[in-house]
Design a protein around this ligand. Structure first.
Ligand SMILES: [Zn+2]
Length: 272
């Protein structure tokens, strides 16, 4: 029997049987009242695959990026297991499906969701610590410029990736902390320099270079600062590269080594 997390008026009780695990589950909804955080401070977030969330919180000197590398490699591990089992099924008894196969699919999805939830909770926790009242998120209804991500990642995006799920988790988790979430359009967030406003820019893979002011920046930072420029009060003097964060199971958020091509003088990091 699980514990009840929220106190409040209890709503419908749903009971269902899961034939894959052979267990019964009960879901009880509870109405809880949560006060909205009264703060004009905003956080801006850009969603991606290599970095799941890149974010800038107003007044901070550096963006933070939550790496998706571990999540991606885990996903590939289970995908390989799935395809091994699939070919075995065909070879041995000419079948396309089995209980084990369905379990493997579910395992992959559960691990993905668990990793996303961990990242989202860490991000929202950070927003909470910094007194953020609203998170402004670029709505990724279509994947931008995915031609440089390589075949593996493209295959994953087309077959599996769910930004909807990430956005939904972000919204629910933030609401539980009394923080609002606003979805905004993403158009034009990568074609302009957020430091000087010039459109004379060059983009190559993860890097962005402005030919007018000369800044070289990480593309996800450009994306998120442009969201701030278009949907907030803008940003000034924010560093061009994010502080990379890796979220490990059950561990605290750890900062990676100095982000790439960052000058040593700029490498001061605000500890989380
Ligand atoms: Zn510029």
């Amino acid at each position: 029997m699980g514990e009840v997390r929220w106190e409040g008026k209890q709503g419908r009780l749903e009971i269902y049987y899961d034939d894959l695990t052979g267990r019964w589950y009960a879901l009880q909804s509870v109405e809880a009242e949560i006060d909205r955080v009264e703060s004009a401070k905003r956080a801006y977030a850009d969603l991606g695959v290599v970095n799941i969330i890149t974010a800038w919180i107003e007044d901070e000197r550096q963006c933070v990026a939550f790496s998706g590398k571990q999540l991606l490699s885990d996903w590939w591990y289970w995908t390989e297991k799935i395809s091994e089992h699939q070919s075995e099924l065909k070879r041995v008894n000419g079948r396309n499906t089995s209980k084990r196969l369905r379990k493997l699919y579910r395992r992959r999805q559960q691990r993905f969701r668990h990793a996303i939830n961990t990242i989202v909770r860490r991000f929202v926790g950070l927003c909470c610590e910094r007194g953020v009242g609203e998170i402004v998120v670029g709505d990724v209804s279509r994947i931008r410029e995915n031609n440089d991500k390589g075949n593996k990642i493209n295959a994953m995006i087309h077959n599996f990736w769910s930004f909807r799920y990430i956005i939904e988790r972000l919204r629910t988790t933030a609401e539980n902390f009394g923080i609002g979430v606003k979805l905004v359009g993403e158009s034009g967030t990568s074609s302009r320099c957020p430091w000087c406003g010039s459109e004379n820019v060059r983009r190559r893979k993860r890097l962005f270079k402005c030919l007018s002011c000369g800044i070289e920046a990480h593309r996800d930072v450009v994306g998120v600062l442009n969201i701030a420029r278009l949907h907030g009060d803008g940003s000034n003097g924010v560093l061009a590269h994010p502080l990379l964060l890796r979220v490990k199971e059950g561990a605290e958020v750890k900062a990676d080594a100095t982000p790439m091509s960052m000058k040593p003088s700029e490498a001061r990091i605000t500890p989380l």
